[in-house]
Design a protein around this ligand. Structure first.
Ligand code: SF4
Ligand code: SF4
Length: 122
């Protein structure tokens, strides 16, 4: 996910380069009905999800980095982007759940927000 990696790192040896096969983008928590509807529209696409981690919201887009080789190794490792350098084991998807909440559909987003509103009223 969060752009990253390379199977060159020792800890990455057993991983099929998971973090080079999706894109994680920080987004703001939707506050208005219009923002919620926009996010719901994005979630209609089966390559898009949203996840929440430590109260931060992210959009997750499935897709393979163009610099990932057939062997699941980074072809530009020495000059890989900073974002890739910052994504490190064991704080990555291969070593555990990377989210607190995963939202994959428009209905799930509505349910999650309704649940939050309910909890806030208590
Ligand atoms: S997901 Fe983690 S273990 Fe896998 S390649 Fe990326 S940084 Fe390495
Ligand atoms: S540049 Fe390399 S390390 Fe970064 S996402 Fe692409 S293949 Fe992975």
């Amino acid at each position: 996910m969060t752009t990253a990696t390379t199977t060159t790192r020792r800890e990455c040896g057993q991983c099929p380069a998971l973090c080079c096969k999706n894109l994680s983008i920080r987004i703001l928590r939707p506050r208005t009905r219009a923002e919620i509807e926009d996010l719901k529209w994005q979630l209609q696409f089966d390559t898009v999800s949203i996840y929440i981690r430590k109260n931060r919201w992210y959009q997750l887009v499935e897709g393979r980095c163009i610099y990932l080789g057939e062997d699941d190794r980074c072809k530009v490792y020495p000059v890989r982007p900073d974002m890739c350098r910052r994504h490190n084991p064991p704080d990555c998807e291969f070593f555990g759940k990377f989210y607190d909440v995963l939202i994959e559909t428009p209905d799930r987003l509505e349910d999650y927000l309704a649940d939050r509103r309910k909890k806030a009223r208590r």
